[in-house]
Design a protein around this ligand. Structure first.
Ligand SMILES: [Zn+2]
Length: 69
């Protein structure tokens, strides 16, 4: 599945590992992340910001063809 690189860092300290998949789910792509959905859970508290990220990824088409492991 294609995914988009999201600017910003995983709240669990993995670094700049956040990705956005085609369903609009934001997750940490680091395979040893203790909580890959940490960013998503935070974003759920801020729906407007999540909508902005999704729209931004669509407009910029950043790394449009990164394959998931
Ligand atoms: Zn992480």
């Amino acid at each position: 599945m294609a995914a988009y690189l999201v600017r910003g860092k995983c709240p669990r300290g993995c670094g700049e590992t956040l990705m956005l998949d085609q369903s609009g789910y934001v997750f940490c792509s680091f395979d040893k992340c203790p909580q890959p959905d940490a960013a998503y859970l935070l974003l759920e508290q801020a729906p407007k910001f999540l909508a902005f990220i999704r729209n931004d990824a669509r407009l910029l088409s950043i790394n449009p063809t990164i394959d998931q492991p």
